[in-house]
Design a protein around this ligand. Structure first.
Ligand code: ADP
Length: 563
């Protein structure tokens, strides 16, 4: 990493030039961009300057490459990181990118763990670090329970802001890790666990810099002098917000978010189930209660090992370095006093409301033989938190980072790769998913760690593959295992809701109903909005005409499937 002033000291062949851009062109583009944002806000990167693996961690993530790399470390390497300080600066940078053909990869906090972090899909792109300087809570309305944010506001930041500025009655909804950006998570369609957990549904109004540098506001924001930008999502005419999520059609500089008023009462709970085979019955019951609104949030159904991994690495439990057997997992479940499946949920509202919810939950789940339940117990001084204590915080919107624990299951400083297919919320589908993944994981030597989450009606299966990136064989296995799983899933009609950079092209190619009409539609929009192809080329498998079909797409590995 070198500052702009040292750019002239770098040899041309050290620069990570993007396609169609010469070293001289890149130098000129970065010099012009520095005039917009200031020299200190342009950091140039080379293969040599990548942050060493020993230094990268959650609070000190590399901005130029993926900390949890699966392909070679420098495959998804940025040429530079540029940090704008205002919408005006973003617009000016975008215009320069069009002039010099330098691709921009916008991130907010860039903590997209397991999906590529802040690394760009196309090598040589400039990471646009939206969160570094644009990190203000712009407005909070106690009346409407809304806020307006810049990209650099993390869940911790928002929580602390509300607590220290007289808005304690407003709750936030955070995902498992509180250090991510509210805007970044919402744009990648992440989720949390209060009744406001479906983040994209809870956003209201965006300000977006389009790929030609023009600035637009969505919803009521398009009406000058409006007073409902953060309260009515749609405005008039076609509703464009969706096309700015998981996309490369615009850079979001502001977003409105709905906040939940304190519900007047809260109680977290845990139902544990002793048998691996209990999964289908659990899912059948959750679906009914969730769609009926008795369960007001998205509860998680976690397997034993994901809980075990929060407490400590695999070596704390066993000397077996291979895939654990069902009996070994049973023993771990006994040791840490959880089930083979565990529902961590919560009830919201005043006591009479919670009493009614509880009666329905208890009547349903306790019919499953061997089921038990508990509520979080007050902790004695010095007593460590249980997973239930941790989830109790997450489910009421207290941001935390407890879940980082399970990254180190396989090895110290372990890596994570996320695999997240969607299916109907039925017992049959949950079982099919579980068997599909555990079969492949056994084949490739990974322990299954996963969570099932029932959203509004569908089942998110969140599979956490932890691996040792220092071992190229493990990286290869992780890569191949997920490639095969994407195809396994597609054959059953399941598709992923989000993915790592490595798999964007493959997943876009399986969403191919009617000759790939959906990808064609996205490409049509891409070419109309971004004719020079400068904004996040390849994001979600959408390539601009200039770069399409030139070999930048990552195809499934051609190697025969052998280990
Ligand atoms: P987080 O830190 O919350 O995990 P990121 O900042 O890594 O989130 O963002 C996740 C993804 O969302 C990025 O890879 C990028 O594709 C997209 N994204 C993030 N911020 C913006 C933005 N301001 N405008 C457009 N896309 C964005």
């Amino acid at each position: 990493m070198v500052s702009l002033t040292a750019l002239h000291a770098l040899r041309d062949d050290e620069l990570i030039t993007p396609p169609d851009v010469t070293a001289a062109g890149l130098r000129e583009a970065l010099t012009e961009m520095a005039k917009v944002v200031g020299d200190n806000n342009v950091i140039v990167h080379t293969a040599k300057s990548m942050k060493p693996d020993t230094e990268g961690q959650y609070y000190n993530l590399p901005k130029e490459h993926d900390l949890f790399y699966i392909l070679e470390k420098e495959h998804f390497l940025a040429s530079a990181v540029v940090s704008p300080g205002s919408t005006v600066e973003v617009s000016a940078i975008v215009k320069l990118a069009n002039k010099y053909l330098t691709p921009l990869w916008p991130v907010s906090m860039g903590r997209n763990l397991g999906y590529g972090g802040s690394a760009p899909r196309l090598r040589g792109s400039i990471v646009l670090d939206m969160g570094h300087r644009m990190n203000r809570v712009l407005e909070v309305s106690d009346r409407d329970c809304t806020c307006l944010l810049e990209p650099g506001v993390s869940y911790f930041d928002l929580y602390n802001y509300l607590q220290s500025n007289g808005h304690k009655q407003l709750w936030i909804d955070n995902p498992d890790l509180g250090g991510g950006s509210v805007i970044g998570n919402t744009l990648d369609r992440g989720a949390g666990y209060t009744p406001y957990g479906e983040h994209f549904s809870m956003h209201c109004g965006m300000e977006v810099v389009l790929p030609n540098g023009e600035v637009m506001r969505t919803g009521m924001g398009a009406l000058p002098g409006n007073n409902t930008w953060q309260t009515f999502q749609y405005g008039f005419g076609p509703y464009p917000d969706g096309i700015f999520s998981q996309s490369n059609f615009g850079i979001v500089t502001k977003m409105g978010v709905w906040l939940m008023p304190d519900p007047g009462g809260y109680q977290a709970y845990l139902f544990s189930f002793p048998k691996e085979a209990d999964l289908p019955e659990i899912i059948e019951r959750i679906r009914v209660l969730r769609i009926a609104g008795v369960i007001m949030n998205a509860p998680t159904i976690r397997n034993t090992l994901i809980d075990a991994a929060v407490y400590g690495p695999k070596s704390d439990y066993t000397s077996n370095k291979g895939v654990l057997t069902s009996e070994e997992v049973d023993a771990i479940a006994k040791k840490i006093k959880v089930g083979r499946w565990n529902i961590y949920g919560a009830m919201y509202g005043p006591e009479p409301m919670r009493d009614l919810q509880w009666a329905a939950l208890k009547a349903s789940f306790m019919e499953i033989p061997g089921a038990t339940y508990e509520f979080p117990k007050p902790r004695a001084e010095g007593e460590p938190r249980s997973i239930l204590h941790m989830r109790e915080e997450t489910l009421k919107g207290l941001p935390n980072t407890y879940e980082l624990g399970w990254l180190d299951w396989t090895c110290p400083r372990g890596s994570l790769l996320g695999f997240s297919p969607i299916s109907p919320a039925t017992g049959v589908d949950a079982l099919k998913q579980y068997e599909m993944v555990t079969k492949r994981f056994r084949e490739f030597g990974f322990d299954y760690m996963g969570t099932f989450v029932v959203g509004w009606r569908e089942l998110h299966h969140i599979v956490c593959l932890t691996f040792d990136k220092s071992d190229p064989k493990q990286r290869k296995k992780a890569h191949r295992c997920i490639e095969l799983l994407i195809d396994d899933a597609a054959a059953e009609g399941y598709g992923e809701y989000r993915t790592h950079l490595c798999f964007m092209d493959q997943i876009a190619s399986v969403y191919n109903w009617n000759g790939g009409a959906s990808l064609k539609f996205n490409e049509t929009l891409k070419d109309a909005l971004d004719p020079k192809g400068i904004l996040a080329p390849g994001k979600s498998g959408v390539w601009p005409a200039r770069l399409r079909g030139r070999g930048f797409e990552l195809k499934r590995s051609q190697e025969p499937h052998k280990l």
